[in-house]
Design a protein around this ligand. Structure first.
Ligand code: AMP
Length: 424
């Protein structure tokens, strides 16, 4: 018999790893709730035209595309934003703005697999649609901070830039949009020399080189440097001012670590304003990112509608938690095995298991009909905290034996006190 494996770049999540993921989903949903985002669940498969209308060349080349049996060209979503834009111009067209929409699920990109880079991966995605104000940009950054903080991540920092700074310079220097997109793609990969080669004028190249040099830990100081540097490039000045307003709001809302980088570019072409990514010091890969995209909705036939959003890479957040040895709290903590001493007591034992479950405890009821010693040995191996041993003698007194599997101590406990005793 052949042994089957997952498709390259795709993984099974088993046991603790699966549990970490579901806990991250729960925190992402809670964060959505705290910021007033409504969840939407959209199809994994979308029309090919929808996805390619929006995504830039970069993503288009990495999509999983196929023809369905009705000869339709379809693709697995490479991100959520296209589906959200479709909803905005159809089912949610008449909803009052702003829309605050949240999704969580898998996305698919034909990336080269490596640590933290998969072909199927999970994202939590948040979009605010209908506001051009810096307040909306600030909300997106702040909710990312709230999510990371709620997970217990330590030492994370935001890298923030604004595509309007570079676009402002390039447009005023007469560089066409296509070349600008190509420049951004190179800069995203930090291939600065390759980016420069695309620019004909020496002055433009010098401007861009100078911009790459501007960096700093103090955001106010860095933004001032940018403003001075781009003086005379009207759109770039406006972008720097916008970035400054967003950062003022963000740093009022939370105590975050921000690094401003005016030469920062993100792969997706549709950004028009602020862009950001989030990192922890131990890892070089971004845990999430996003930005403003004011012209995207009209690509789908809607009214021009400003929007800002972000997506967090849940697989990478899980790696970050593991790297920092952070274990997410489960719902109740303690695990219990309920084991009857004899076959005749299994109904009584099941009743006790159900009572404990209704108290919120995780209970594994003995389903293998094993002898006590075997069942206890197995519970031990699987790191169960307590065994509830149901025996005839104790039952007559309305009690059971409770064995603490770490200290090996065993006491008789009345059934009515059992749940509180385990929880304490
Ligand atoms: P993007 O949709 O490109 O803005 O990416 C948002 C986040 O998704 C990134 O910051 C990563 O955390 C995550 N991400 C992007 N590509 C991958 C991938 N191939 N594998 C795992 N996570 C990814």
């Amino acid at each position: 018999m052949p042994t089957f494996q997952t498709v390259r770049g795709m993984r099974d999540l088993i046991g603790e790893e699966a549990q970490t993921f579901t806990r991250i989903f729960a925190n992402a949903r809670k964060t959505a709730d705290l910021y007033g985002f409504k969840e939407v669940i959209t199809p994994l498969v979308e029309p090919m035209e929808l996805l390619s209308a929006k995504s830039g060349e970069e993503i288009r080349q990495r999509m999983f595309i196929f023809e369905d049996l009705g000869k339709r060209q379809v693709a697995l979503r490479p991100e959520f934003t296209a589906s959200i834009a479709r909803l905005t111009t159809t089912a949610l067209r008449n909803e009052p703005k702003p829309l605050r929409l949240f999704s969580v699920g898998t996305v698919y990109r034909y990336d080269e697999p490596q640590k933290g880079r998969y072909r199927e991966f999970w994202q939590s995605n948040y979009e605010i649609i209908g506001s051009a104000k810096p307040e909306a940009d600030a909300e997106i950054v702040l909710l990312t901070d709230s999510l990371m903080a709620s997970l217990g991540l330590q030492g994370y920092a935001f890298k923030i830039g604004h595509v309007g700074v570079i676009r402002g310079i390039l447009t005023q220097e007469g560089v066409d949009d296509k070349t600008q997109n190509a420049v951004f793609q190179r800069m995203d990969k930090k291939e600065y020399d390759a980016a420069m080669e695309l620019l004909e004028s020496r002055k433009t190249r010098q401007m861009l080189r100078g911009l790459i040099e501007i960096k700093g830990k103090d955001w106010q100081d860095t933004v001032e440097q940018i403003k001075t540097y781009v003086a005379g490039y009207e759109k770039a000045e406006e972008a720097a001012q916008n970035l400054s307003e967003i950062l003022k709001l963000v740093t009022c809302g939370a105590n975050l670590t921000v690094m401003v980088d005016p030469a920062f570019a993100r792969g997706l072409e549709y950004y028009t304003g602020m862009i950001f990514e989030i990192y922890i010091p131990e890892l070089e890969i971004a845990l999430g990112g996003g930005g403003r995209y004011n012209r995207l909705i009209e690509v789908f036939g809607g009214e021009p509608t400003p929007a800002v959003g972000c997506a967090h890479g849940i697989d990478r957040v899980a790696i970050a938690l593991q790297t920092q040895k952070t274990i997410l709290d489960g719902k109740g903590g303690k695990k219990v095995a309920v084991i009857p001493i004899s076959e005749a007591l299994k109904s009584e034992a099941l009743k006790i298991a159900q009572t404990l479950r209704s108290e919120g405890l995780t209970v594994e009821f003995e389903v293998m009909g094993r002898k006590m010693a075997k069942a206890l040995e197995d519970a031990d191996k699987r790191k169960i905290d307590y065994a509830v041993i149901v025996g005839e003698r104790e039952l007559k007194e309305g009690a059971v034996m409770l064995k603490d599997l770490s200290s090996r101590q065993q006491t008789t406990v009345s059934i009515k006190d059992l749940a509180s005793k385990i929880k304490s």
